[in-house]
Ligand binder design. Structure first.
Ligand SMILES: *Cc1c(COP(=O)(O)O)cnc(C)c1O
Length: 522
C-alpha cells in the first residue's frame, strides 16, 4: 500500500482517478506483487517428496510441534514472484545508475563465471585447509594486488563492507594506542565525511570532533592541525573526498597527524578514482578500507553483499584481526588461534566468524586479472574523464560549487540553479525516475546546499553519457524557464508515486491483497 499525494491510501498500482482502473490491479506489463507470505498457502509445494517413515526414537523428541509457517508455493509461482520483483527494481543492468559515492559500475560477467566455479562457490569455511588450497591461493593473490595497488604492507580481508572495514581499522588503531599505554579518545572527522565515519568512531568508543570544510570543498587543513593534541587517536579523512576532490594537502596533513602521535585513517571508498595512479601508502595513510563492491566491480545494492578489506601500515599491521593467512613450506594456512601466532603479531580480535566474502574475493580478483595493472589505471582515468565530461557539459545550466577546476570521479552540483523556480533537489531527482534513471545521490555531502552528486563511472559509453546529459540539461532548462509540470508530483510513471519517505521508513505497509479478486483457496 502507498499514499497518494493527498495522503489518501491507495492500493499499489492504483491508477490516477482520470485513468480507467484495471480489473486485475496490474497495469499493463507492470505487475503488482504481494508478499510471498500472502501468496503462499499451507500444503502447497514445488516438489513431491515421499512420506518419510521416521520413528520417534530416532528423532529423539525433536519432532516439530506445529507447522513452521513457511509459505507454500509451486515452482512456477516462486519463479514468477521473484521475476516480478526483479522487474520492479532498477539495476545497473537496466540503465545508468549515477549514484555518487556508490560507484555503480558494470559487473563484468566474467567475474560471475569465475565466482560460480565449484572450487570457489562450493568451498566451505570449515573445510580442511589442505582441500581448499586453491581458494586460499586466490585470496593470497587478491591480497597481493591490494597491497601492491595501495603501497601498504598488510591487509585484513574479513570485513564485509566499507563500514565494517572502518570499524576494523579503528579497532586496530585502538589496539595500537593501548599497546603504547596511551589513552587517546578523540577522532577528528571532517564535516563532509560519509555518515559511516562518525558512526564508526562512536561505535568503537571514541568521541567525534568535527573538522570544517573550506569554501573550496577541501578539508580545512589548518583547522585540522589546530585540533590535534595528545588525546587525538586518529583522523578519518576521505580521499578523494565526498565533494569529488583530491585532498591536495594530504601529505602535509599526514605529517601533522603523525607528529601528534595519532593515526591516519583514510576512507578509501573512492579508490576507484585513483587506483593505479596513486598509492595511499605513499601519502602517509595508516589504514584504509577498500570497497571491492565499488572499485573492483563486485555487485552491490540493496544492502549487500559487499567486501571491505582494510590495508594497514607498518605501525598497524601487527594488530590485524584473525584469521591471518600465511604461506609456508606446507602451503597456505589460516591462523585462527592466538597460540599459533607468528612473531610480533598481536591481533585485536576478529571481525566475523570466518574469513570474508569468498564470492566477492573471486569476482574482484577476476576483475583485476582481466584488466591488468594498466587496465585498472585506465579504468580510474576513464571514470575521472566521464565525471569531468558531465561537469563541463552541465555546469552552465546547473550550478557546480567547485566547477572552476576539474573533479575526480564524481561531479557535484548544488541547488542554486533552482533558486526561485519552486523546484527542489528532491523534485529534480524524482523527475529523473520518470526519465528512466536512478536519481543521483541527493543532499550529500552535507557541506553543499541541496547537493546532487553524480558518478557516471568508466563503464558508461560516450553515447550513454551524452543521452544522460541531454536529459538533465533539458530538465534544468525547463525548471529555469518556469516549466515545472514534470517536477511537482514526480515520479508519475514509476510503479509507485512519491512516498512519504519518513512514514515509509518508520511504518512500512508491505501487505497487499487485491480485495475484489478471487482469493486463493485455503
Ligand atoms: C560507500 C561508502 C562507505 C560505506 O561503505 P559500505 O560498503 O556501504 O559500508 C563509506 N564511505 C564512503 C565515502 C562511501 O562512499
Amino acid at each position: 500500500m502507498t499514499m497518494n499525494n493527498q495522503g489518501r491510501p491507495t492500493a499499489p498500482g492504483t491508477i490516477e482517478a482520470n485513468e480507467l482502473p484495471t480489473i486485475s490491479g496490474d497495469r499493463g506489463l507492470m505487475h503488482e506483487e504481494p508478499l510471498i507470505f500472502e501468496l503462499g498457502r499451507p500444503g502447497m509445494t514445488g516438489v513431491d517428496l515421499p512420506e518419510v517413515q521416521m520413528s520417534e526414537a530416532r528423532l529423539g523428541g525433536m519432532r516439530r510441534k506445529g507447522p513452521v509457517g513457511l509459505p507454500g508455493l509451486s515452482e512456477p509461482e516462486v519463479v514468477r514472484h521473484y521475476v516480478r520483483l526483479s522487474q520492479t527494481n532498477y539495476s545497473i543492468d537496466a540503465g545508468l545508475y549515477p549514484l555518487g559515492s556508490c560507484t555503480m559500475k558494470h559487473n563484468p560477467r566474467l567475474n560471475e563465471k569465475m565466482a560460480r566455479l565449484p572450487g570457489f562457490a562450493d568451498a566451505h569455511p570449515l573445510a580442511p585447509q589442505k582441500t581448499v588450497q586453491g581458494a586460499m591461493e586466490a585470496i593470497a593473490q587478491l591480497m597481493n594486488w591490494l597491497t601492491t595497488l595501495t603501497g601498504m604492507p598488510a591487509v585484513a580481508m574479513s570485513p564485509k563492507a566499507g563500514a565494517h572495514g572502518e570499524l576494523c581499522g579503528l579497532l586496530a588503531i585502538r589496539a595500537a594506542i593501548e599497546a603504547r599505554g596511551e589513552n587517546r579518545k578523540r577522532i577528528l572527522v571532517p564535516e563532509s565525511a560519509h555518515g559511516t565515519n562518525p558512526a564508526t568512531a562512536a561505535f568503537a568508543g571514541f568521541t567525534v570532533d568535527e573538522v570544517p570544510a573550506k569554501g573550496d570543498g577541501h578539508v580545512d587543513a589548518d583547522a585540522l592541525e589546530a585540533k590535534l593534541g595528545l588525546d587525538v587517536a586518529a583522523i578519518m579523512l576521505t580521499n578523494p573526498n565526498t565533494c569529488g576532490l583530491f585532498e591536495k594537502r594530504i601529505i602535509e596533513i599526514a605529517e601533522h597527524v603523525h607528529r601528534a602521535g595519532a593515526y591516519f585513517y583514510c576512507d578509501g571508498a573512492n579508490f576507484n578514482a585513483i587506483a593505479g595512479r596513486v598509492r595511499p601508502g605513499d601519502l602517509g595513510i595508516d589504514a584504509m578500507h577498500i570497497n571491492l563492491h565499488k572499485t573492483f566491480s563486485t555487485p552491490h545494492g540493496g544492502g549487500g553483499p559487499g567486501a571491505g578489506p582494510v590495508v594497514l601500515s607498518e605501525a598497524l599491521a601487527p594488530f590485524a584481526p584473525l584469521p591471518l593467512l600465511v604461506h609456508d613450506s606446507k602451503g597456505f594456512r589460516l591462523i585462527e588461534d592466538r597460540a599459533d601466532l607468528p612473531e610480533g603479531a598481536n591481533p585485536f580480535g576478529r571481525m566475523c566468524a570466518f574469513h570474508g566474502q569468498m564470492g566477492m574475493f573471486t569476482r574482484a580478483l577476476a576483475y583485476m586479472l582481466s584488466h591488468g595493472a594498466d587496465g585498472i589505471r585506465q579504468a580510474s582515468e576513464d571514470a575521472v574523464l566521464s565525471a569531468n565530461y558531465i561537469l563541463a557539459s552541465l555546469k552552465d545550466v546547473m550550478s557546480a560549487p567547485f566547477g572552476d577546476g576539474p573533479c575526480m570521479h564524481e561531479a557535484l552540483f548544488d541547488d542554486s540553479f533552482l533558486e526561485g523556480t519552486g523546484v527542489t533537489t528532491l523534485d529534480f531527482a524524482k523527475a529523473m525516475i520518470d526519465e528512466g534513471y536512478h536519481p543521483m545521490t541527493m543532499y550529500f555531502p552535507l557541506v553543499v546546499h541541496g547537493a546532487m552528486l553524480i558518478e557516471p563511472t568508466e563503464s558508461e559509453s560516450r553515447e550513454s553519457v551524452d543521452r544522460f546529459i541531454h536529459v538533465l540539461r533539458t530538465m534544468a532548462e525547463e525548471a529555469k524557464a518556469g516549466k515545472t509540470e514534470r517536477f511537482g508530483g514526480a515520479p508519475r510513471l514509476a510503479p509507485r508515486r512519491r512516498l512519504d519517505e519518513t512514514a515509509a521508513a518508520r511504518k512500512p505497509i508491505l501487505r497487499w491483497k487485491p480485495k475484489d479478486l478471487p482469493q486463493a483457496a485455503e
